[in-house]
Design a protein around this ligand. Structure first.
Ligand code: TXA
Ligand code: MG
Length: 353
């Protein structure tokens, strides 16, 4: 790593003031700071500084057509970022912020066009992480931050992932340990006739529907050749690891395991994203096993690190079972399907079962 990048350890609950001050100054000077949020690490720059925003796109090799999320620390900052905010939106903010909910609103004039990929809307959220909030307070400007990974790599859930992807391209990395949720925020558009989920994430559909009974969610997975289509974030290959991912669905455990064993036999080196149950099932198989844990919350926390680890181990393919689409399971399902580039292996129960 070059001498240019400063990696500063910070306590995730009460971050050290000197490290935060250094990072805050870097943001104000037009630099890039990677920092933990409750979802994943972000790659931050001053959201009001067009040149600083351009550096984010360059560092990530991110297409200019993919807009960024703006982070704020105080409700009073919202009018700097968005305008014509509906009363219902303010209620949502009060109920769910700080937290893993990003709202798409009409953009305020001060927000540079490159941040929103020239859209007249802007995505904004208040992260629920003391390091992110302290950095925002120190910088005293809204901070634009996509996930701090190279474009199309899994989002980073620890500082090591950020450094692996972006060493030399970022001024400061605030290392606050592992991110507590592990998947990105839920994005809700409030600029259409009815509120709509653009990306399932850390805030569950069920809890959002308590506040927004008419909240719509229609998964749309676009193939590569229609990547320029209107819904940003809906590109299928967004979360792809280097190895090919096979996603198995089916209610009959024995049949699904048999299908997975057939796939294991057909490849040189296979990785498995395994729940605790599957870890027991495949304990004696010659595979690289990454444990996701006992439930969706644990799996969310481990998924991106597991994908990176399997890539590093050089597996030819990665096998996983589809999660139940409840709670964080919906976001997990979305990320797995994207990683699998839509290829689902549907295992039917054998006749007579
Ligand atoms: O949890 C998160 O949201 C993390 C942390 C760092 O806050 N950030 C994150 O950012 O996941 P990123 O850039 O990796 O994903 C942002 C998504 C993109 O898919 C982008 O297309 C979408 O938000 N987005 C941004 N502005 C939008 C807009 N005006 N309309 C629709 N989608 C938008
Ligand atoms: Mg991202």
């Amino acid at each position: 790593m070059s001498q240019r990048t400063r990696v500063l350890r910070v306590d995730p609950v009460s971050p050290e003031a000197d490290a935060i001050a250094i990072a805050g100054r870097a943001i104000r000077a037009g630099g890039l700071v990677a920092f933990p949020t409750e979802t994943v690490y972000g790659l931050g720059a001053n959201a009001l500084d067009e040149a600083a925003i351009a550096k984010i796109f360059a560092a990530k090799s991110r297409p200019a057509s993919d807009p960024l999320i703006v982070h704020i620390a105080r409700f009073e900052q919202l009018p700097q970022v968005a305008q014509a905010i509906p009363a219902g939106a303010l209620e949502l903010c009060r109920r769910f912020w700080p937290g893993p909910l990003t709202l798409v609103l009409k953009k305020a004039p001060r927000i540079p066009a490159n941040l929103t990929a020239s859209l007249n809307t802007v995505a904004v959220r208040m992260p629920n992480h003391e390091v992110a909030l302290a950095l925002l307070q120190a910088a005293d400007v809204p901070i634009a931050a996509p996930s701090a990974n190279l474009f199309s790599r899994p989002s980073p859930t620890c500082a090591r992932h950020v450094i692996d992807d972006l060493a030399d391209r970022v001024d400061v990395v605030l290392d606050g340990g592992n991110t507590p949720i592990g998947l990105e925020s839920t994005i809700v558009s409030l600029v259409e006739d009815e509120p709509r989920i653009l990306r399932p994430g850390g805030m569950s559909l069920e809890s959002l529907r308590e506040a927004l009974p008419n909240l719509r969610y229609e998964p749309s997975y676009l193939a590569d050749d229609v990547m320029a289509a209107p819904a940003p974030g809906a590109m299928l290959r967004h979360y792809s690891p280097r190895a090919r991912v096979f996603l198995f669905s089916g209610a009959d455990d024995a049949e699904v395991y048999a299908a997975m064993r057939a796939e294991i036999a057909a490849h040189e080196r296979v990785g498995i994203l395994a729940s605790d149950t599957e870890a027991r099932e495949f304990a004696d198989s010659d595979v690289a096993l990454e444990r996701l844990g006992a439930n969706a919350d644990e799996a969310a926390r481990h998924l991106f690190a597991a994908l990176r680890s399997l890539d590093q181990q050089g597996v030819d393919c990665i096998l996983a079972r589809v999660p139940e689409k409840r709670g964080l399971g919906l976001a997990l399902w979305d990320r797995l399907l994207r990683a699998a580039v839509g290829s689902l292996v549907e295992v039917q129960a054998a006749p007579g079962d």
